[in-house]
Design a protein around this ligand. Sequence first.
Ligand SMILES: Nc1ncnc2c1ncn2[C@@H]1O[C@H](COP(=O)(O)OP(=O)(O)OP(=O)(O)O)[C@@H](O)[C@H]1O
Ligand SMILES: [Mg+2]
Length: 158
Amino acid sequence: MVRGPVVAELAIETSGLVKTFGSKRAVDGVDLAVPAGGVYGFLGPNGAGKTTTIRMLATLLRPDGGWARVLGHDVVREADAVRARVGLTGQYASLDEDLTGVENLVLLGRLLGFSRGRARSRAGDLLAAFGLADAAGRQVKTYSGVCGDGSTSRRASW
Ligand SMILES: Nc1ncnc2c1ncn2[C@@H]1O[C@H](COP(=O)(O)OP(=O)(O)OP(=O)(O)O)[C@@H](O)[C@H]1O
Ligand SMILES: [Mg+2]
């Protein structure tokens, strides 16, 4: 796992984070300090504990040891505050493949309560921020979803 530079404002902070399933120690003391305002890759071999860690950060699993804060809120004691501030998706889970990238973003914005205009402008902002404007008008089913092993698994890849 790569550790990002420590700055004053952290989006994610964990210390000694642990999760066990029976005798299996799936996450064994993870320390993270992820700065706000960036894109952070969370990499590791199969079974390393990535998904389990993400599920704890998203309040879907309760840690068995250590602590984690997301945007300043403890994932156990302030789980509602964390849930109100984060979004979590797999690679395909929430996309309509017959729609274009920008149509999917506008749809999600509308579902979150944005007006049509605000959803469109926010979609444009995000596509520009991630350098994806060129792909925005293509149907999602034309996008590459190739996994590291060359398969086109539809499994969520986090
Ligand atoms: N609900 C569960 N019950 C029992 N064992 C589990 C459970 N969830 C995960 N594990 C085990 O915990 C370990 C970490 O799993 P996890 O899914 O977090 O790894 P990962 O890094 O996301 O792997 P992958 O790259 O395959 O997605 C694995 O050994 C897995 O079999
Ligand atoms: Mg995983």
